[in-house]
Design a protein around this ligand. Structure first.
Ligand code: FE2
Length: 146
């Protein structure tokens, strides 16, 4: 489905949470910290931007008061970006396949009802679900061209 972009999608999928690494943390917001780190090591710009905006990070940035810093990076709003979000939201923290609904419930249970991340996932769920739906439709077109 992604053609020549397979390598960048794979790199983004592997590296999207690099901002959790203790030696990379700057702001405490992992998409932004990951992007700042990748930029500091001169990773490809597109990879940096995909990591910055993975899985609707803009919604969490707004809740954390970091939207201005995240706005340094561009959400490409492309099939690659949608596929990255789908990969993230349809796998468990251990990398096993799961449904989007189960993933959201797992996040909410892990963080608890009063955590900012729970508020984020509630706010982001429609956008995340839409990215998954678009990717699923694109995959179906690959199997059964319209
Ligand atoms: Fe993440």
């Amino acid at each position: 489905m992604v053609g020549d972009d397979a390598a960048i999608l794979e790199a983004a999928a592997v590296l999207h949470d690099v901002g959790y690494a203790p030696n990379v943390v700057r702001t405490g917001f992992h998409p932004l910290d990951g992007a700042l780190y990748l930029r500091s090591i001169e990773a490809p710009e597109r990879l940096v931007h995909l990591v910055a905006h993975h899985s609707c990070a803009v919604r969490e940035a707004q809740l954390r008061g970091l939207a201005d810093q995240l706005a340094e990076f561009v959400d490409e709003e492309s099939p690659i970006r949608d596929a990255l979000w789908m990969c993230d939201l349809t796998t468990t923290p251990d990398g096993e396949p799961t449904s989007f609904q189960s993933r959201v419930e797992e996040i909410k249970q892990r963080y608890g009802p009063d955590d900012l991340v729970t508020a984020f996932i509630d706010a982001a769920a429609p956008d995340l679900s839409a990215a998954i739906d678009r990717t699923t439709a694109r995959l179906r077109e690959q199997v059964q061209p319209m």
